[in-house]
Design a protein around this ligand. Structure first.
Ligand code: NAD
Ligand code: TYD
Length: 352
């Protein structure tokens, strides 16, 4: 049996694939365009495995998708490939529309052709798992209940709007063509291999380079943090037990303000990698101009997933954050590789 993973060289996709290899010997076909966010080094440990096939390619390339599906005959497709960074989407939304909407459309059309040609037994087990985000629900006021699967779509950034559009395509292709699709909405992930444009790895990188720690606005924006390995275990559980056509929210139950997150990070770094000056990393915190239309609060209610499929997150925020900092400290060569000119251009432009 085989599974196909799009966006497998990105942060969550690579954690998913590596975990898959820890748990089983099922063949994995990884498809990734290797944009700035995709890094083959993430999959280094399985590069010689006969059970792993890496294909560099674009989900918008329908003939390539057609070829991969016919050749490898996957029993499931995990769709991670996306442009994923809100700030980039604000600067230029075009790649977000191209990949997240047009790319998802082309994947759906090719999966539809593939699925229709499967025999009944294979159709029964086939699943397309679409990895979406809680950001499609927009922003919560402090007094509002957490997002549930039926919460209204109110995306506020070009990123979340493009993900919302891809969710609608998924819903329509399930209803209209009976494609066995399950969509998930996950909260903010953190952990190994996260590209240092997102809050937690960016702060670690800046702290280690003695650069300021840029917090948008007043730092009171809240996110619900989930350790990436818990996201991966939820996706495995959903493949195994999830009901076709359903939506599952995945959250960590760890609502923290950005200032709380950065303060905790500084404390861990002070302990694990004290500065030469002996000052706390907290002295590097700088409040900068807020992101436009910045979502104030995300919080996920995962009761459906926990009660109906029996999943629950294992990692506490404190322990997950410590593991993440330790991973970044122990893998400086990964960071060196990431610090390519493309990334440098982006940060120079963004934080100058
Ligand atoms: P990422 O940016 O780290 O990785 C995305 C991957 O997709 C990269 O490897 C990139 O090369 C690849 N890719 C981009 N365009 C492609 C294309 N046209 N064809 C093929 N591959 C392409 O993102 P991530 O943080 O790993 O997120 C993965 C998925 O999870 C995304 O769909 C995202 O919306 C969703 N998600 C992320 C979070 C989070 O906190 N990071 C939370 C909830 C949901
Ligand atoms: P981010 O990691 O970009 O994820 P998202 O915007 O998808 O939630 O940002 C997480 C939070 O951290 C968000 O409220 C924006 C804030 N943030 C900063 O304050 N400074 C930064 O440099 C970055 C990248 C994010």
């Amino acid at each position: 049996m085989t599974i196909l993973v799009t966006g497998a060289a990105g942060f969550i996709g690579s954690n998913f694939v590596l975990n898959w290899f820890d748990q089983s010997q099922e063949v994995v076909v990884s498809l990734d365009l290797l944009t700035y966010a995709g890094n083959l080094k993430n999959l280094d440990s399985i590069k010689d495995s006969p059970f792993h096939h890496f294909v560099q390619g674009d989900i918008r390339n329908r003939s390539l998708l057609n070829l991969i599906l016919k050749k490898y005959q996957p029993r499931a497709v995990f769709h991670f490939a996306a442009e994923s960074h809100v700030d980039r989407s604000i600067h230029d939304a075009s790649h977000f529309v191209d990949t997240n909407i047009v790319g998802t459309f082309s994947l759906l059309e090719e999966v539809r052709c593939y699925f229709n040609d499967l025999d009944i037994e294979h159709q029964k087990i086939f699943r397309l798992i679409h990895i979406s985000t809680d950001e499609v629900y927009g922003s919560l006021e402090p007094y509002e209940p957490k997002f549930i699967e039926d919460s209204q779509y109110k995306p506020n950034s070009p990123y979340s709007a493009s993900k919302a559009a891809s969710d609608h395509l998924m819903r329509a292709w399930h209803g209209t063509y009976n494609l066995p699709i399950i969509t998930t909405h996950c909260s903010n992930n953190y952990g190994p291999y996260q590209f240092p444009e997102k809050l937690i790895p960016l702060m670690i990188l800046h702290a280690l380079s003695e650069k300021s720690l840029p917090i948008y606005g007043d730092g009171q924006h809240t996110r619900d943090w989930l350790y990436v390995k818990d996201h991966v275990s939820a996706l495995r559980c959903i493949l195994e037990k999830g009901i076709v056509g359903e939506i599952y929210n995945i959250g960590g139950g760890n609502e923290k303000t950005n200032l709380e997150v950065v303060t905790k990070l500084c404390e861990i770094l002070d302990e694990l990698r004290p500065r030469a000056s002996k000052k706390s990393y907290r002295s590097l915190v700088t409040f900068i101009k807020d992101r436009p239309f910045h979502d104030k609060r995300y919080a996920i209610n995962s009761a459906k997933l926990e009660k109906t499929l029996g999943w629950k997150p294992e990692e506490l925020f404190e322990t997950g954050l410590r593991k993440t900092v330790t991973w970044f400290l122990e893998n400086p060569e990964w960071l060196d590789h990431i610090l390519s000119s493309e990334y440098q251009n982006w940060t120079n432009q963004h934080y100058s």
